[in-house]
Write a protein that binds this ligand. Structure first.
Ligand code: ADP
Ligand code: ADP
Ligand code: MG
Length: 497
């Protein structure tokens, strides 16, 4: 068994910091990598050593796999953690890391390759008793035949890119008359976005909920699941609010989904931490969507309800240790909710709104975890994902967790860029979310940007107050006057400047 003494994190921002924090607790030295845009970033300052990779664009910095491996060897690094995004789902990189004699904190190239292609994934799990969304499980080459199948399945159908990800590469087809046109668009989009024009069709599930299962697999054949995360509140097919457990699953469905997820992991000889995503329909049936072969953005909600540090487990598994717990040792404690704090304007169709974080103060107190990588005065760079932070709360039950999240959002002060926080607060207060009666169409069905626009009218007043507040050396008195002047209307308090 080889122990990891020095770990390089091939990522940036919140996830790089999050990984390093666990490494530090385990007595492992850390190496950061960074681009010229991230010279002063927190992950760079936190690490024991840091390597400049190059100019800001990812393809000249965070995607330079060979350079990262070279530097790792030079610095005596034992293992590389890829985080999420960037090189995390690059089978070739993981192979090169292994070939260089280093440990890769992720699954073997075969699993990444198989699960990175939604069609290969469907074929791999076919014989493992995993329910699939009705549709094709091979790339479409014969358009008229596919059109015929779409009619059999029934419209609407979804055309998906096999290599798609991050909510991109999907087109809804509502009727036969638009099938050919949408098909052509889908193929050309997939070719330009992913360098792979292979597409397939899936039934477009009505009132779908996105429910995913966290799995852990060691090198000795032990596979467990750590229950579900519900990620149905999405914009552009991308998650904004996540929670664990889901408000809708019965213990029986939870067990069945957990078992299916473990089977998916077995189907690709999985190793490490991974997530099996399912779509759950109005009748209570669930279908396999895809597997993400890495640590997920929303992994903290699982950590909070299970008490398991997923990064620690990734490290232990890579070192060749057996899982220290079995399925029956795992239980759900309370409820956790995460909101993604994006530098986006929820009143302008969630358009990115990057710039300088003129004001940045984290919420504090019982049950709150903030995973972020920025400080007041720093810029949110235009080159990368505009996520500023993840705000996660844990409480005894769902109701208390939602109330705690509202309190945390109200304490969060962000000025200089607009953020998704007002939208997240709207969600926490909305009857559909509170009652648990929602699906992936929550935003389209229930969200009205005009609600935020009304607040915009009051923006100038709040801006003046916040400005005064910053200048007033942040005395307790000033804080008090800011919150009381802003009244009980939390939209106003959370308005970004
Ligand atoms: P999660 O399922 O963990 O929420 P996301 O789907 O939001 O993950 O993606 C996490 C990160 O990975 C994001 O930064 C996203 O942009 C990136 N990502 C995911 N899939 C792809 C892909 N196929 N190509 C490029 N980036 C991707
Ligand atoms: P990605 O790789 O981009 O994450 P997924 O297959 O995980 O792609 O799908 C992303 C989101 O798109 C899901 O969370 C869900 O909201 C929606 N979606 C995907 N497949 C379907 C489907 N067959 N029916 C309805 N919605 C779907
Ligand atoms: Mg997905």
């Amino acid at each position: 068994m080889k122990t990891i003494k020095k770990l390089l994190v091939a990522n940036r921002g919140e996830i790089a910091l999050r990984v390093m924090r666990t490494a530090k607790e385990m007595g492992i030295k850390t190496v950061a990598v960074y681009s010229e845009a991230d010279r002063n970033a927190l992950h760079v300052r936190y690490a024991d050593e840091a390597i400049l990779l190059g100019p800001p664009p990812s393809n000249q910095s965070y995607l330079l796999g060979d350079k990262i491996i070279e530097e790792s060897l030079r610095l005596g690094v034992d293992a590389i953690h890829p985080g999420y995004g960037f090189l995390s789902e690059n089978a070739e990189f993981s192979q090169k890391v292994r070939d260089a004699g280093l440990m890769f904190l992720g699954p073997k190239p075969y699993a990444i390759d198989t699960m990175g292609d939604k069609l290969k994934a469907k074929q791999a799990v076919k014989n493992y008793d995993v329910p699939l969304v009705p549709g094709t499980d091979e790339a479409i080459t014969d358009v008229p035949a596919a059109q015929k199948l779409a009619e059999e399945i029934g419209y609407p159908v979804l055309i998906k890119a096999a290599a798609g990800g991050g909510g991109k590469g999907m087109r809804i087809v509502r009727g036969s008359d638009e099938f050919v046109e949408q098909m052509n668009l889908a193929v050309s989009e997939a070719t330009s976005a992913f360098g792979n024009g292979s597409v397939f069709i899936e039934k477009y599930v009505d009132s779908p909920r996105h429910i995913e299962i966290q799995v852990l697999a060691d090198q000795h054949g032990n596979v467990v699941h750590l229950f579900e995360r519900e990620c149905s509140v999405q914009r552009r097919h991308q998650k904004v609010v996540e929670e664990a457990p889901s408000s809708i699953l019965t213990p029986e469905t939870r067990d069945a989904m957990g078992l299916a997820a473990v089977n998916v992991a077995k189907a690709c000889d999985y190793e490490g931490a991974g997530t099996v995503e399912f779509i759950y329909d109005a009748s209570g049936s669930f279908y396999f969507l895809e597997m993400n072969t890495r640590l997920q953005v929303e992994h903290p909600v699982t950590e909070l309800i299970t008490g398991v540090d997923l990064v620690r487990e990734q490290i232990r598994i890579a070192e060749g240790r057996e899982l220290s717990f079995a399925q029956e040792d795992l239980t759900i404690h309370g409820h956790a909710v995460e909101v993604r704090v994006y530098a986006e304007d929820p009143s302008e169709n969630f358009m990115p709104d990057i710039g300088n974080l003129k004001l940045y103060q984290r919420p504090q107190g019982p049950g709150i975890r903030v995973d972020d990588g920025l400080e007041q005065g720093m810029d949110v760079p235009i080159y990368y994902d505009p996520m500023i932070a993840k705000l996660i709360v844990h409480a005894g039950n769902r109701e208390m967790a939602m109330d705690r999240m509202i309190r945390a959002i109200d304490e969060y002060r962000i000025g200089g860029v607009k953020t998704t926080l007002p939208f997240c607060r709207f969600t926490m207060e909305h009857e559909a979310f509170r009652s648990g009666d929602f699906d992936t169409h929550f935003v389209q069905k229930h969200y009205e940007p005009s609600m935020l626009n009304r607040i915009d009218d009051e923006g100038a007043e709040v801006a003046a107050l916040m400005g005064a507040w910053i200048l007033s050396t942040q005395s307790a008195k000033a804080v008090e006057s800011t919150s009381s002047s802003a009244g009980s209307n939390a939209w106003r308090r959370n308005r970004t400047l």
